[in-house]
Design a protein around this ligand. Structure first.
Ligand SMILES: C[S@@+](CC[C@H](N)C(=O)[O-])C[C@H]1O[C@@H](n2cnc3c(N)ncnc32)[C@H](O)[C@@H]1O
Length: 429
């Protein structure tokens, strides 16, 4: 099948059905034979999602009335994307995109005319798109407003960073190999990377590579994980012999890191509501040869799965808007709605309240999100502290990363090449 048509069908899943881009690609890429075609479809779909609002604005300028057929609309958007962002020869971008309408002959002339008009008038159209911030930076209007409200000094940078392709970062399994040795192995394979002084397990690659090319990946010498996410294990300060609870644990990056970081735990219990995602925790632990107790359960109702033994350490990596990882998942800009935030806030507060009784006196709880909204972060901790007299915040004394929030610490997307992340530490008196 025409690769542009496959890409359009993937985009329909996201734009019309609200499916995640990853899930839509997973369902469609296996039908493509050649790796270079897979890479093309992937790049096209990521690019259209990343620049959707800008491309859609330009498309509307080119049309008298909107295109109702979403597959044809996706083809039009991806045609403009190829012409404006990709190194595809313009005549191929137009002719191949037109060819992709083969099963809908009525659309052939429309796509052809649209793309040729874009070529003719691109300078003027690009100028028009540059006049409004949310169009120029390709974000939904509500999100721009929210970021400007929460982070007036950083909003513009966050919007720019959200449109960048993030680096590929690795977590070296320090229980098996030193970061220096692993870096040496990468260098021998001509894979350039650099270490991160405030995060001993982290290496950032100069260019992404397929995981199969990473030395010892199959045997668990390294995993792919953003540097910001790797800060959780250190913040949790796990000690030998402790019982640790990781709620909201799937797909298991932080659970695995905690076990690598402290191999002498008494037990790590990893809970997630989604049993399918929990299978990914299992796969990851198997690759890394690590053990944990996995439980499919709702963090809001621990009475249904908890055996009554207290934990000295708890990580709540809460379900959140994921607005800090837009650069990795640009489809979030299309999928997330302004009114998703309040229900998430309620869920996060419920999880905090329900899990708190499982923490032993003197124990430490780390609350984390990959969000940059204050509502999901410092305001959650504020509300929790106000209603829990036995909870006390431990200030994260840190100068190497993040911004001190009124509670906890916020990493702004893109700073020091990291995803947007939030951490707060609470102890039980
Ligand atoms: C941010 S992800 C966790 C990422 C994970 N900690 C890691 O490092 O790989 C949030 C997780 O919360 C889970 N989740 C959502 N609602 C939940 C609930 N009520 N109880 C338990 N887990 C929940 C989701 O299934 C999702 O896997």
């Amino acid at each position: 099948m025409n690769t542009r048509l496959i890409a359009a069908r993937v985009l329909v899943r996201v734009i019309q059905d609200g499916q995640s881009l990853n899930a839509a690609l997973d369902a469609n890429l296996p039908s493509i034979e050649l790796n270079k075609d897979k890479a093309f479809v992937q790049a096209l779909c990521y690019g259209v999602c990343r620049h959707y609002y800008r491309l859609d604005f330009i498309l509307n300028e080119l049309l008298d009335k909107p295109i109702k057929d979403i597959e044809i609309k996706a083809l039009a958007l991806s045609g403009i994307y190829q012409l404006s962002y990709m190194r595809v020869k313009p005549h191929a971008a137009v002719s191949e995109t037109v060819l992709a309408t083969k099963k809908k002959p009525w659309a052939k002339g429309l796509i052809n005319a649209l793309l040729r008009n874009y070529q003719r008038d691109s300078e003027n159209l690009e100028q028009k798109a540059a006049t409004s911030n949310w169009v120029a930076l390709s974000h939904p209007h509500w999100l721009v407003q929210k970021l400007e409200q929460d982070w007036p000094e950083h909003a513009q940078n966050i919007l720019l960073e959200n449109n960048q392709q993030p680096p590929m970062s690795l977590r070296v399994n320090l229980s098996r190999i030193s970061s220096k040795q692993y870096l040496q192995q990468l260098t021998e394979l001509a894979i350039n990377a650099f270490a991160v002084d405030y995060c001993p397990s982290a290496l950032i690659l100069e260019k992404p590579v397929a995981v199969e090319l990473l030395p010892g990946f199959i045997d668990g010498l390294a995993s792919v994980q953003d540097v910001a996410a790797q800060l959780a294990a250190t913040l949790l300060d796990v000690q030998p012999g402790q019982r640790v609870l990781d709620v909201c644990a799937a797909p298991g990056g932080k659970a695995a890191h905690i076990l690598e970081h402290q191999p002498q735990l008494k037990e790590l219990v990893a809970v997630d509501i989604d049993s399918t995602r929990l299978m990914r925790v299992n796969d990851s632990l198997q690759r890394l040869n690590l053990q944990a107790t996995l439980i499919a359960g709702d963090a809001q109702t621990p009475e249904k799965w908890w055996n009554g033994q207290l934990f000295e350490r708890i990580l709540i990596d809460a379900p959140c808007s994921a607005l800090g990882v837009i650069r990795r998942h640009p489809d979030i800009k299309l999928l997330r709605r302004a009114d998703d935030i309040e229900p998430l806030q309620t869920l996060q507060q419920n999880i905090l309240k329900s899990i708190w009784p499982l923490l032993a006196p003197g124990g430490l709880l780390v609350y984390a999100t990959c969000s940059i909204l204050k509502q999901e972060n410092e305001q959650q901790i504020e509300a929790f502290l106000a209603s829990h007299a036995d909870a006390r915040e431990v200030i994260i004394e840190e100068t190497a990363w993040g911004i001190k929030a009124c509670h906890g610490r916020q990493i702004i997307t893109g700073t020091k090449a990291m995803d947007g992340f939030y951490y707060a530490k609470l102890v039980k008196d």
